[in-house]
Design a protein around this ligand. Structure first.
Ligand SMILES: *[C@@H]1O[C@H](CO)[C@@H](O)[C@H](O)[C@H]1NC(C)=O
Ligand SMILES: *[C@@H]1O[C@H](CO)[C@@H](O)[C@H](O)[C@H]1NC(C)=O
Ligand SMILES: *[C@@H]1O[C@H](CO)[C@@H](O)[C@H](O)[C@H]1NC(C)=O
Ligand SMILES: *[C@@H]1O[C@H](CO)[C@@H](O)[C@H](O)[C@H]1NC(C)=O
Length: 961
């Protein structure tokens, strides 16, 4: 215990001996009595030391250096000098001595009245001024004077700042000068440096300059362009050059530098401006002509040097609109005027002064049209890509969208977009958006540089040229817009733009000129548009005759070979606004020539609701639609005669041709290819709906027979394989039987009727794959499919009457004489035949059909025909009667009763066969009579039913029973 006490005294004694009297720190003033007081206690008029050693006579606060401690605020006042002490010079030096003495100095000028400030005079501070200089920075020479209406803050860039006040000889001048000062550690100064965890990139000051800095690679770092001494007032008469550069640019990218400040509290240059009548949406800006010599200003250069074009000259406002350089370099120059009143911070506002600008690096695809390649011109070429090759189907290079340059354009710039299509192309453009906005309002509205301003010019002008013809000319106004398309994206497709919402050239070239008079930095003008090259070529020649039956009906003739593509004109498809598409391509060969057509590929949309199946009778591809499926097909038709089309093939699913092309040889001179799509949706175009076919003309003699017949009747034989040259050359050619007006047709063949559209799972009851197909009407409609047997067997005779025979469609019958188109489908060995007759109604059957009781007019034979096949109850031509050939199915016209004993047919047959034939005939007649009777009864029932539904027929009141 004793030892401890002793040693304490010892240590205390040693310390006392080492430093006599209290040691004062650098931030303290040592009083003579040993006390330590603040440095600013010196000469403040108060006896802080207690022995007046801090208030010597004639003392002054000037020419002293002040230190202090972090987080303490000190104040200082310079008193008005007696007149005889003028001129007066006073230096106040403040040093932040590091650590607890701070890193930077904050000054707050609470009272500032130093002579007069004369804004327009050459020497703005005639009576005296205050100047600031920092250790290690060149002296700028700028001065403050006049009366500040409120406190103004200053933050040093370095550790030491000297305030110099100079007053000239002038007894009347007002003088008041009081300031507070603090020493701030770097850590605390987050507004300038950012937080320690997220420091701001402020660039390095170039040696020998006050504030010129270089910024590089601002892509990842948060670069900030700060006014010197931010966030306090900046020095006078200072010029800073901030060069921004992005050196590392990813391949296939193009870099641009953007500078902006949206926040009003970070944008203070000189005095705040108030323009009467401005509200929040139209914030005040001062720029260009407004930036006279006495105003501090920023100049943005579109490149790394002051020789580059000026994008904007800005001298005040609540915000800075985005200014973007064309390339990876931008130079921003800041100049402050030599004289000013200190910028004060009104108490209601943020205490920050000066400004801070945010920097962004924008990357665009190097091959995009988002930026101008040339630094001096703003020209874009949009060339349609080559249409040959597979590229066409993808549509790549034929359509796209473009936006106005993403960089700012200097004043008096015209951007020209030249769209060049290929021969046969049209250019279609639609503006998705178009905006132009004057940021400079009121007297600054036409803030042009220089004296070029002439009233009435357009700030923004858009012109569209269709070749040499001016299609549109808009002055500060929007062109036709198709703005709903702005809503479309990858999952949502909007309806096509109409002609009133878009522009279409009449030729292959279209030019857009977009002019900005004020530059787009301070008068933003931008647009987004979609363009498309429309390929109007169709191949072949127009359809003969003045009237085109459709927009894509074409004829290919006088060509040995050729190529046919589906149309590529967007306007014919859903994406161009069309609903249905129907294109007909006719290929015509010459005399003794035929067409060989090869279908190479075809597409019918994303999910066609149809299947190409092999037709049960013909074996040809045919289109089988799902219920409710929309029509989308490619069909091939043969034209044996100009007015008759016979179906040859129909394709409707995308896999039809996926394995191998399909080849067809015509039987006649003309083939037609029909490409049809109904109910297209708005996303469909030729990339989804297309086909490709080739053709060649081959020499081959034509069918020498005349297979389009009319007259009283006739017989036709078919054989497979063909028995002679003419049959060979005519294979594939159908027979066309036509009657005269007011006559009907009857067709007799041998075999059995088959269902027209047999279900695939149903086994065919026909022993052969050969068929006789009977079509009727125009266009021919399949009415009967016959499984053929050897001709002549009366048991297996089949009858086909033309439709109107049954009285269903008598009006139609009067207008169009009936016809039958008969096609022989030969797949295997076999023979077949058919006979045809032109028939007319007997009076009795006519009356029967009209439901007139037969006995009412039985005695009236005036209209009864002489030559009637009883089993048909039909009259045939007298020419056929007893001509040695059976025409009535029963052979009644050649029977002995009708023609006497010597019938050529009968004599030509052996007696035994004749007897059998006679018996068969008799029974057949009976059979036919019975079946006809049944048929009539059925018809009568049907007619009665029809009458009930449609009411009494108004023929003759007496005839209605
Ligand atoms: C301060 O020092 C300057 C010379 O550096 C001198 O001219 C001036 O009179 C001094 N000011 C005062 C108030 O002593
Ligand atoms: C405010 O600005 C908007 C848009 O510029 C303008 O339509 C409106 O008239 C302005 N209001 C006043 C009071 O100036
Ligand atoms: C577009 O075509 C024009 C004329 O053919 C040519 O001069 C220009 O270089 C082409 N531009 C592009 C980008 O291919
Ligand atoms: C604007 O540019 C055009 C062409 O570049 C030039 O002829 C004209 O003199 C310029 N006008 C002004 C006012 O600079």
């Amino acid at each position: 215990m004793l030892i401890v006490w002793w040693s304490f005294l010892l240590i205390a004694g040693v310390l006392q001996n080492a430093s006599p009297g209290p040691a004062c720190r650098i931030s303290e003033f040592p009083c003579r009595n040993g006390r330590c007081v603040r440095l600013n206690a010196y000469c403040d008029g108060l006896d802080d030391c207690g022995d007046l050693s801090d208030e010597p006579p004639y003392c002054t606060v000037c020419n002293r250096t002040y230190y202090g401690d972090v987080s303490k605020t000190y104040d200082l006042k310079v008193l008005k000098q007696p007149d005889n002490r003028l001129p007066f010079l006073c230096h106040l030096t403040f040093t932040a001595n590091g650590q607890s003495h701070g890193d930077i100095v904050q000054l707050m000028f609470d009272e500032f009245k130093v002579g007069r400030y004369e804004a327009s005079a050459l020497d703005g501070c005639p009576d005296g001024y205050m100047q600031l200089s920092e250790l290690g920075r060149p002296f700028t020479g700028g001065s403050w004077c006049g009366s500040s209406s409120g406190p103004a803050a200053y933050y040093s860039e370095t550790s030491t700042v000297t305030v110099s006040i100079k007053l000239f000889q002038n007894p009347q001048q007002p003088f008041q000068f009081r300031l507070r000062y603090r020493f701030v550690s770097r850590r605390e100064a987050v507004v300038r440096f950012g937080s320690p965890s997220a420091p701001l990139e402020r660039g390095q000051v170039a040696p020998g300059t006050y504030c010129t800095r270089q910024f590089e690679e601002c892509y990842r770092k948060p670069c900030r362009l700060q006014s010197p001494n931010y966030p306090g007032m900046y020095p006078r008469n200072v010029s800073c050059y901030w060069s921004l550069r992005q050196k590392i640019v990813p391949t296939c990218k193009h870099a641009m530098i953007a500078v902006r400040q949206e926040a009003a509290h970070k944008m203070h240059m000189k005095r705040s401006i108030s323009v009467a009548g401005l509200n929040k949406t139209a914030r005040a800006l001062r720029a260009w002509r407004d930036c006279t010599g006495e105003r501090d200003h920023l100049i943005f250069y579109d490149g790394g040097s002051t020789n580059d074009p000026v994008l904007a000259k800005y001298c005040g406002g609540d915000w800075l609109p985005r200014v973007v350089s064309r390339g990876p370099e931008m130079l921003v120059a800041f100049h402050s005027s030599p004289f000013s009143i200190p910028l004060h911070s009104p108490p209601s506002h943020s205490p920050l002064r000066g400004f801070e600008l945010d920097v962004d690096v924008i990357f665009a695809d190097s091959d995009s049209l988002d930026y101008s390649r040339d630094s001096l011109r703003c020209d874009f070429d949009v060339n349609a890509t080559n249409q040959d090759g597979d590229e066409i189907w993808s549509g790549r290079g034929r359509r796209g969208s473009l936006i106005s340059p993403r960089h700012s354009l200097p004043p008096n710039t015209t951007c020209t977009y030249k769209f060049r299509g290929h021969l046969g192309d049209l250019v279609w453009i639609s503006f998705v958006s178009y905006s132009q906005r004057a940021l400079l309002v009121g007297e600054n509205a036409q803030a042009l540089i220089g004296n070029s301003s002439t009233g009435g010019t357009c700030a923004t002008r858009l012109r569209i040229w269709d070749g040499a013809l001016l299609l549109e000319d808009k002055c500060d106004d929007s062109p036709k817009l198709c703005d709903h398309s702005a809503l479309s994206n990858s999952t949502r497709i909007t309806r096509p733009c109409t002609t009133s919402e878009s522009y279409l050239s009449t030729g292959r070239a279209l030019i857009i000129q977009h002019h900005t008079e004020d530059g787009t930095a301070l008068h933003p003008a931008s647009f987004k548009l979609k363009y498309e090259f429309i390929d109007t070529r169709l191949g072949g020649e127009p359809w003969p005759g003045k009237e085109q039956p459709g927009p894509c009906h074409r004829i290919f003739k006088n060509m040995r070979h050729g190529e046919i593509n589906g149309p590529r004109n967007t306007f014919l498809f859903g994406r161009g606004g069309a609903k249905d598409l129907h294109c007909v391509y006719r290929i015509e060969a010459g005399v003794d020539e035929r067409v060989r057509l090869v279908l190479n590929n075809a597409s019918f949309g994303i999910s066609p609701s149809c299947e190409s199946v092999s037709d049960a009778h013909t074996g040809r591809p045919s289109c089988e639609y799902l219920p409710g499926g929309r029509v989308a097909e490619l069909s091939v038709w043969e034209l044996p005669w100009r007015d008759i089309r016979v179906p040859k093939a129909c394709l409707c699913d995308n896999s039809s041709l996926s394995n191998r092309p399909m080849s067809l040889l015509s039987s006649s001179r003309t083939l037609e290819l029909h490409f049809t799509t109904k109910d297209m949706n708005i996303s469909e175009d030729f990339t989804l709906l297309h086909f490709h076919a080739t053709f060649e003309i081959v020499s081959m003699p034509e069918c020498p027979r005349k297979q389009r017949v009319r007259g009283y009747g006739g017989d036709v034989q078919f054989a497979s394989p063909p028995i002679d040259r003419s049959e060979l050359l005519c294979s594939g050619m159908p027979w066309l039987v036509e009657s005269r007006f007011n006559r009907s047709l009857f067709l007799l063949s041998w075999g059995a009727f088959l269902p027209l559209r047999p279900r695939p799972e149903e086994p065919s009851r026909c022993p052969t794959t050969n068929r006789i197909l009977v079509y009727s009407g125009k266009p021919p409609k399949l009415v009967r499919a016959i499984c053929p047997t050897t001709p002549g067997d009366r048991h297996l005779a089949v009858h086909v009457f033309s439709e109107e025979w049954w009285g269903e469609d008598s009006i139609h019958y009067v207008q169009k004489p009936p016809n039958f188109l008969v096609e022989w489908i030969s797949h295997e060995q076999g023979v077949a035949a058919f006979s045809w007759l032109e028939i007319s109604r007997s009076r009795s059957s006519l009356l029967q059909q009209l439901q007139v009781p037969i006995n009412a007019s039985a005695n009236d034979t005036e209209f009864e025909c002489m030559h009637k096949c009883p089993e048909l109850d039909a009259c045939i031509s007298p020419e056929l009667w007893c001509d040695g050939k059976d025409h009535c199915p029963s052979g009644w016209d050649e029977s002995e009763a009708q023609c006497g004993a010597t019938s050529r047919l009968l004599t030509s047959l052996p007696a035994a066969a004749l007897a059998v034939a006679g018996a068969v005939a008799a029974s057949l007649v009976l059979l036919i009579c019975l079946s006809l009777h049944r048929l009539r009864a059925r018809r009568r029932r049907r007619l009665a039913k029809k009458k009930l539904l449609t009411g009494p027929r108004l023929l003759d009141p007496g005839l209605n029973s």
